[in-house]
Design a protein around this ligand. Structure first.
Ligand code: DGY
Length: 441
């Protein structure tokens, strides 16, 4: 085993709390939804059973209505704000009351397809598949009840890209007053210049207060939230996850489940196509309150490639857009267009590079025939770690590691890249999982 693989495995083991993995114990001392999805894939490269544990443990926090929360507070820790008492969700396992970018079913499929022990993989997948089906039904029923093809996200934390400049406009509608006293812990351990501003946190917590005030009732949250956006990243990732779940459903599910996923995917594909901006050469998120596109170029705008929602001419245009971005930075993929005045290369989701997003974008480009660009993105993802280690995020100009060190999902993706090789060959098609354990993503 190489030193690098040993170091990545050691990072996951150090952050392992027994069945779940904290992203970083000093900043995020609980289990996070999409972090755990990527971590499960990382564990899958050397211990598939432990990878399945990660998803099992996350699903222990699943709500009766199907929601998989963005944080599960399995054990107390006082170094994170907002903790369980602020959320006040009254679940038997304490959790937050919102969800997060729904990559879980795609990660589960990856884990299942790569597991060497097929009997174990089948047995473990059979256990988690019903939870994944309920989660996707929750997305359809509570976040797109009228079947528009776009699911709504009601909190910037749900998108995963918390302080993206894409949310500046919609978030400005959210009042800064809070019932809850804000006692931030993050800025005690990470340079505040790399984190969201105080005014962002006031609005984040205003939303939590508001949702707690309607007892986390999905319909009332959707109707009352002053922040309601169709994140292009969340929608593309859900479309991809729908297809991965359909592929798993061939073996583990029923025809009606697959039909519901297929119908939703058709609606989503059509709606995502309408978020394309041909002049800008990128997909935009949509403000569902203003009913208008959010014209900010972000790395999420490339994710319809991963979701399988971009025809060849749009893939070519996206490649040209990323080529322009590449001429402005040393490493790909900055989370905001480097030409945008709101681009901040060190502030969290306003510019830095995130390995997990790179991984999805690279596979999206590869699936559309842009292999050289895909290889460049993978090479950059690896080079950033070679240069600096498993940091939470990286400065696109010089690769400086930012946020927290020894970060679980960065190590997880490094393991996946080191194991799968640098040339991704993936498409969201359902075919390979139906019949074999051949890698699809
Ligand atoms: C944080 O606390 O920064 C997270 O992104 C919220 O989930």
């Amino acid at each position: 085993m190489s030193d690098r693989i040993a170091a990545a495995q050691a990072t996951l083991r150090a952050n392992d709390r027994g069945g779940y993995t904290v992203p970083n114990p000093h900043i995020y001392p609980f289990q996070w939804n999409w972090d755990s999805a990527f971590v499960a894939m990382g564990f899958g490269t050397f211990n598939a059973a432990r990878g399945f544990d990660e998803i099992d443990t996350l699903l222990k926090g699943q709500w009766e209505n199907g929601l998989v929360p963005h944080i599960v507070f399995h054990a107390p820790a006082d170094n994170y704000f907002p903790g369980p008492s602020v959320w006040g969700t009254n679940q038997s396992v304490p959790t937050s009351g919102i969800t997060q970018c729904p990559v879980l079913a795609s990660a589960a499929r990856h884990l299942w397809e790569h597991a060497p022990d097929r009997a174990l993989a089948d047995a473990r997948m059979a256990q988690i598949y019903p939870g994944l089906i309920r989660y996707h039904a929750w997305w359809r029923q509570t976040r797109d009840p009228h079947g528009t093809g776009l699911v709504a996200t009601l909190h910037p934390w749900e998108t995963g890209s918390d302080n993206s400049p894409a949310w500046d406009g919609p978030l400005a509608r959210v009042p800064t007053e809070t019932v809850t006293e804000i006692i931030r812990r993050d800025t005690g351990v990470v340079d505040p210049a790399m984190r969201p501003h105080a005014h962002d946190y006031q609005r984040y917590i205003h939303l939590v207060d508001a949702f707690r005030g309607v007892a986390w009732d999905p319909a009332r949250m959707l109707a009352a939230s002053p922040f309601r956006v169709a994140d292009i990243g969340t929608n593309a990732v859900l479309l991809r996850a729908n297809q991965d779940l359909m592929a798993l459903g061939e073996r583990f599910g029923t025809a009606p489940e697959r039909a519901a996923l297929a119908a939703h995917s058709d609606q989503m594909r059509a709606a995502i196509a309408r978020q394309w901006d041909s002049a800008a050469g990128i997909f935009y998120a949509r403000d569902l309150i203003a009913d208008a596109p959010i014209r900010v170029g972000t790395s999420a705008g490339f994710l319809p490639l991963w979701g399988g929602a971009a025809p060849p001419h749009q893939a070519a245009s996206l490649a040209a857009t990323l080529g322009r971005w590449a001429s402005k930075v040393a490493y790909l993929v900055p989370s905001t267009d480097p030409d945008d005045p709101r681009y901040e290369p060190r502030r969290y989701w306003r510019g830095p590079i995130w390995s997990v997003v790179n991984w999805m974008i690279a596979r999206g480009f590869a699936a559309h025939g842009h292999s050289a660009l895909a290889r460049r993105i993978d090479a950059d993802t690896r080079a950033l770690v070679t240069k600096n280690g498993f940091w939470e995020y990286f400065d696109p100009r010089d690769g400086t590691g930012l946020g927290g060190p020894d970060f679980s999902w960065t190590a997880g993706i490094d393991l996946v890249l080191g194991t799968d090789g640098a040339t991704p060959a993936t498409s969201p098609s359902a075919s390979s999982a139906q019949t074999s354990a051949a890698p699809a993503c």
